[in-house]
Design a protein around this ligand. Structure first.
Ligand code: IMP
Length: 502
């Protein structure tokens, strides 16, 4: 006879936190959101700790090198998507690792024979106003000049004007040679009253820009997550099929942590992949596994050698796995059960294996709930897809800005390995949709706001660390009617176009 769980499984929406006593210590500025990423022994510290408990999803529409740099600046980790060739994934990892804070590869480049129209198109696409003019139109070409909005007037010039006719030519540029330090570059920006300083190599090829605004933001990122060589920390997704080629290449490129990307991880394929890592790299390579949704699945991956375990099936915003296959579990219930299994395992073995709640975060308070229920950190897709830094197009639909967001199990991503446990990768049905999400602006502003809410809630609960939150918080189930009570109710929301009746 089948096994039946006694209780229905539940989502974050069905719970609320109940405040506890807050001492004067409980202030936002005292709250630490540090989170362990990989397993550690009792009395020791995790070898990889984030400054904020957020990672971005292993998805084409979420985590590329640009997202990884932006998130590492805020203290979290992106897992660069695995559904691409090994070469292109490696190139993304390398770009993150070679991105020196403050030194930026030029993302807007043009040839001198192109036109003002091309400049405007480029500006629209990248959102940046400094364009490098190079002989071959690439970010590494020989530098011939720069175009900024000071160099042209759209109202007075033909769209066909050649870039070479209005760019600021190399002979009039202030530039610096490769090898300059960030603080020397910053001095030059100030001394010459510049917004951008090109850094070139000995063959006059463009290497980086240093922007005044980036230098300021570097100073303003006290949480940035750096490795021992002061490079940004980055993760990478892998699959259970080409791991013997992909993993060595990613490790060589400098990936700090790996994660098996699979919709369902309680499988022999994951065990084999984890064994491969332990046999070939010992404990040097850190690797998470998943996804699972119960104690048995957690224990299997813990025993198989996972450094962290990812939790969640079917709760993702773009996910149709539950409809297509009828597998899954409410995300809150899955996290609660796996967290209990982790604690039991820790008691028994003295080894703490962090767990990551993956998918289904809709409101910011869901983050606090996931952490309070025992997640050490949280993976989000939809949340990050909305930002400037996600790799997808921004569109205007009926006056509203949106960004594209598609599932790894959609026809668009064609990441069949993620769903086909270890077979021939030729699944014939989708488990994800192709969608839009409302555009939300820069990552930094959004994360600051969301985490301030999390910290504020923690203060209400009388705690100032995630560990305390997990140990001391009171959580209550809510009835369907109290969910209605939780929103604005029994009022008519203001219509700003209405005028008073006299
Ligand atoms: P979200 O934060 O709710 O958007 O969920 C993101 C998570 O959904 C990812 O981290 C994956 O675990 C999962 N996911 C990504 N693509 C798909 C898909 O196509 N089908 C089902 N789940 C997906």
């Amino acid at each position: 006879m089948a096994f039946y769980f006694n209780e229905p499984s539940r989502t974050f929406n069905e719970y609320l936190l109940v405040p506890g006593y807050s001492s004067k210590e409980c202030k936002i500025e005292n709250v630490s959101l540090k989170a362990p990423v990989v397993k550690f022994r009792k009395g020791e510290k995790s070898e990889l700790t984030m400054n904020i408990p957020l990672v971005s999803a292993i998805m084409q529409s979420v985590s590329d090198d640009r997202m990884a740099i932006a998130l590492a600046k805020e203290g979290g980790i992106s897992f660069i998507f695995a559904s691409q060739s090994i070469e292109s994934q490696v190139a993304m990892i390398k770009r993150v690792k070679s991105h020196k804070a403050g030194f930026v590869k030029s993302d807007s480049n043009i040839r001198p024979d192109q036109t003002l129209r091309d400049i405007l198109d480029l500006k629209e696409k990248s959102g940046h106003s400094t364009v490098a003019v190079t002989d071959d139109g690439t970010s590494e070409g020989k530098i011939l000049g720069i175009v900024t909005s000071r160099d042209y007037r759209v109202s007075r010039m033909s769209m066909d004007t050649k870039v070479s006719e209005f760019m600021t030519p190399f002979s009039s540029l202030v530039y610096a040679n490769e090898g300059i330090t960030l603080s020397e570059a910053n001095d030059m920006l100030w001394d010459h009253k510049l917004n951008a300083l090109p850094i070139i190599d000995k063959n006059d090829r463009l290497v980086y820009f240093v922007f005044r605004k980036d230098y300021d933001s570097h100073k303003a990122n006290p949480n940035e997550l750096l490795d021992s060589g002061k490079r940004y920390v980055v993760g990478a997704g892998i699959n259970t099929r080409d791991y013997a080629e992909r993993i060595p290449a990613l490790v060589e490129a400098g990936a700090d942590v790996l994660c098996i990307d699979s919709s369902e991880g309680f499988s022999e394929w994951q065990k084999e992949t984890l064994s491969y890592v332990r046999e070939n790299f010992g404990d040097k390579v850190k690797i998470g596994a998943g996804n699972v949704i119960d104690k048995e699945g957690f224990l299997f991956l813990a025993e198989a050698g996972a450094d962290f375990v990812k939790v969640g099936i079917g709760g993702g915003s773009i996910c149709i796995t539950r409809e297509q296959k009828g597998i899954g579990r409410g995300q809150a219930t899955a996290v609660i059960e796996v967290a209990a299994a982790r604690d039991e395992y820790y008691e028994k073995t003295g080894i703490y294996i962090p767990i990551c709640s993956d998918g289904g975060i809709v409101y910011d308070y869901h983050m606090t709930l996931a952490l309070a229920m025992g997640a050490d950190f949280i993976m989000l897709g939809r949340y990050f897809a909305r930002f400037d830094e996600s790799p997808t197009n921004k569109l205007n639909i009926n006056g509203n800005y949106v960004k594209e967001y598609w599932g790894e199990g959609s026809n668009r991503a064609r990441n069949w390995q993620r769903y086909d446990l270890g077979g021939d990768g030729k699944l014939s049905f989708e488990e994800g949709v192709d969608s839009y999400v409302p555009y939300a602006g820069p990552l930094k502003d959004n994360i600051t706001l969301s985490l301030n809410k999390v910290k504020s809630t923690m203060c209400n609960c009388g705690v100032i660390s995630i560990e305390e939150l997990q140990q001391n918080t009171k959580i209550t189930l809510v009835s369907a009617t109290s969910i209605v009570e939780g929103g604005a109710h029994d009022v008519i929301l203001k219509d700003t176009t209405a005028s008073p009746v006299r």
